[in-house]
Design a protein around this ligand. Sequence first.
Ligand code: 13P
Ligand code: SF4
Length: 305
Amino acid sequence: MDQKIVNEIQELKQKRKAVILAHNYQLPEIQDLADFCGDSLGLSIEASKTDAEVIVFCGVRFMAETAKILSPDKKVVMPDPWAGCPMADMITAEQLCGLKGKCRDALVVCYVNSTAAVKAESDYCCTSANAVEVVNSLPRDRRIIFVPDQHLGRFVEEKTGRELILWPGYCPTHALIGEDDIREARQEHPAAVVMVHPECSEPVKHMADALLSTGQMLKFVKASPAKEFIVATEVGLIHPLKKVRPDAQFIPAGSRAVCPNMKKTTVEKVLASLTNLEYEVTVPKDIRLMAKRSLERMVEILPEK
Ligand code: 13P
Ligand code: SF4
């Protein structure tokens, strides 16, 4: 990594009273220069309590929007304005309203991987770390619409024993992890523990020893006596996993699960972002206020330890 650029970033960060937040799938050099790395829930909590004046969000758009909704008085910038999440774009607010119209009694839970407009039309938001707790907290006599990730939705159905009204969205990156990838990794590493993200398909999830969000995977390996782990999620997570357990071996389940959007943020773009305070993320006030309710309910419901 170019140390000169990193020094410039650190200097500018002080000057701008900025904080750099990075998702666990970001490039290693971005994670290394961030003030806080985490999963979607951890980043949302951090964004809601930081006293910095500027948040530089190294992740994808829905995450930066979430930070803006929770901290409307702060300037939120993304180093690459085109870093989006294709799953978040698989449902529009209009489509959600259409579904709500057909199921009038239902409560709506949306995965945080959704647009601000979809959050505004939802009652509760959740991440993969607290989706089960969020659904369990809802009255049993109410039907629940769950959008947009059908795979996380099915995981929640299994864990809660409740039937959900699902939307057919999915993560194109986690869809690249197949049963053969797990099988091959297991053949070479029979003693390895298989960790799978809930965004993976059902057959892959059924091969898991543990189903965990990225933040939960980091906690899990820290506490585990195992020396080998097969990791079925985006490959960026291998970097923080190695930091937590330098003595352990982490085997990616295949090497295709690379989210192109998560890799758009580079050190050079972070420097430009801090220099020019670009690219600002804004959310219209009416949408922001409505989305805030569902996000605040999410931040209050923490996953079980
Ligand atoms: P988590 O880090 O919350 O597990 O989310 C995974 C993801 O795909 C974010 O885009
Ligand atoms: Fe979206 Fe999947 Fe990329 Fe996460 S890994 S940002 S869910 S496309």
